[in-house]
Design a protein around this ligand. Structure first.
Ligand code: NAG
Length: 125
C-alpha cells in the first residue's frame, strides 16, 4: 500500500516537474568581454542560461544585426543550454555591441555586452 502510494507520488512529482520545465522561458546569465583586448588577439565569450527549458535556439546580433559565421573569423559553438561566440584576429571592425538571444517555446531573453579593442599594438613605445 505504502509502495503504491510512493509510485503514485513519484509519477505525480515527475509530471509536475515536466509541467514546470516545459514552460520555463530562458533567462540569460549576464556575460562580458575581457578588457584590454589587443588587435589581432582572439576572444571567446559564453552566453549561458540561468534557466530555460530545451529545445532552445541561440542567435547573436552585432549592433542589432544578426551575426553570421565567417570562416576563420567568427564561429559559434553551441551545446545544450549555452552558446560560445569566438572571434579571431580582432580588429577595429569588431568593436560593437554584441547581443545574445535565447529563445524557446515559452519566450525569449537577450543580453548585450560591449566589445572594445585597444587600438595599436603593445610594445610600441
Ligand atoms: C553600444 O551601446 C551603448 C549603450 O547602449 C551605446 O552608448 C553605444 O553607442 C553602442 N555602441 C555601438 C557601436 O552601437
Amino acid at each position: 500500500m505504502a509502495a503504491k502510494l510512493g509510485v503514485v507520488l513519484l509519477i505525480y512529482t515527475q509530471s509536475l516537474l515536466c509541467l514546470v520545465s516545459s514552460s520555463d522561458p530562458p533567462k540569460i546569465q549576464p556575460f562580458s568581454f575581457p578588457v584590454n583586448l589587443q588587435v589581432g588577439s582572439p576572444i571567446r565569450v559564453t552566453c549561458g542560461l540561468e534557466k530555460g527549458s530545451p529545445p532552445l535556439t541561440f542567435t547573436w546580433k552585432k549592433n542589432g544585426i544578426q551575426l553570421k559565421p565567417i570562416p576563420n573569423k567568427v564561429r559559434f559553438l553551441e551545446d545544450e543550454g549555452f552558446v560560445m561566440l569566438e572571434i579571431k584576429r580582432l580588429d577595429a571592425s569588431d568593436v560593437a555591441n554584441y547581443t545574445c538571444v535565447a529563445r524557446n517555446s515559452a519566450g525569449e531573453d537577450w543580453f548585450t555586452s560591449h566589445l572594445l579593442v585597444k587600438e595599436g599594438a603593445s610594445g610600441m613605445l
